[in-house]
Design a protein. Structure first.
Length: 300
């Protein structure tokens, strides 16, 4: 209706009231959002929202763009032309141009909104605008890939996304400190860090098995027999990486080794550091520990 008729936003206001007052609280398990949070949730998932748009704000834009896209066909109908000629290609070109314009407008709205949000939500927008960080919201919910989340898991994931407090949290962690989302994602005692690491390791190994051979996890490195490595290298006798595979680089016999590191980007020590800097820091740390030993001793 918004695309085909130039109607007043008042007609869609009851729909927005239902979305804001009933749908969003049912999705999130939290009260009716304030204005800024509502604007954030209306953004696409790739920009930190969940894609629940406000029909009132997009009404006139959708109608105008629909008129522009269909204008070549409209002219042919008015002129009673029997042939489409190049009208279809014109429609395609207009659709592509308006799509780029729409994306630019959304990006500008997201940037303007970010400056008016609390610091915690600003950080959330930065983290979950990273490439691939929000795919779980838009992927087809296939149960065989664990993408079909039950209600409680979906709500908990939204709480982690936006820094909200999930329901029924324990008061203390197994390490004895007060329990919180940030603490759970960083604490080595509670086990969440290990579970996240192992899940990512096993998933990566499963994907590698589709394109490589001799894939297995936890490969133990060859013991050193007098080799001199840099002081930062891991020289332990039982040192191991996370994944071994052949055929990833070079020919099918070339060995490759991978190591996984999971970190919490919103930990207190990391909140003022950009994501790109955190990625680089952890990559350099792993390379200092293992790269020389893998290349010189393992020949991988």
């Amino acid at each position: 209706m918004a695309r085909t008729a130039n109607v007043s936003t008042q007609l869609f206001q009851p729909m927005e009231e239902i979305i804001r007052g009933k749908l969003i609280p049912q999705l999130t398990g939290h009260p009716v959002p304030n204005t800024k949070t509502r604007e954030l949730l209306a953004l696409p998932a790739r920009l930190g929202g969940i894609g629940v748009v406000d029909p009132c704000t997009s009404l006139k834009q959708q109608h105008q763009q629909s008129k522009e896209i269909s204008s070549p066909l409209t002219k042919l109908i008015i002129q009673q032309q029997p042939s489409l000629d190049d009208a279809c290609s014109q429609v395609s070109q207009k659709r592509t141009a308006l799509s780029k314009e729409r994306q630019q407008t959304i990006n500008e709205c997201a940037a303007a909104l970010k400056g008016n949000l609390p610091s915690s939500l600003q950080r959330a927008m930065e983290v979950f605008s990273d490439k691939g960080a929000s795919h779980w919201l838009t992927v087809i919910p296939m149960a065989n890939h664990d993408f079909a989340l039950p209600k409680t898991s979906f709500r908990d994931a939204l709480c982690i996304r936006y820094g909200w407090q999930p329901l029924h949290l324990p008061s203390l962690c197994s390490c004895g400190r007060p329990f919180s989302i940030d603490h759970a994602l960083s604490c080595s005692t509670g086990g969440y860090s290990v579970l996240r690491h192992n899940e990512l390791r096993d998933f990566t190994a499963a994907v590698l098995q589709e394109v490589c051979h001799d894939v297995f996890t936890e490969p133990v490195l060859t013991p050193l027999t007098g080799e001199q490595l840099a002081s930062s290298s891991n020289t332990a006798a039982e040192a191991r990486l996370d994944i071994h595979a052949r055929g990833f680089w070079g020919n099918r016999f070339t060995r490759s080794m991978f190591d996984v590191r999971v970190f919490h980007p919103n930990a207190p020590s990391s909140q003022k550091t950009s994501l790109s800097s955190q990625y680089l820091k952890h990559e350099r740390s792993k390379r200092r520990q293992y790269e020389e030993r893998v290349r010189e001793v393992e020949g991988a």
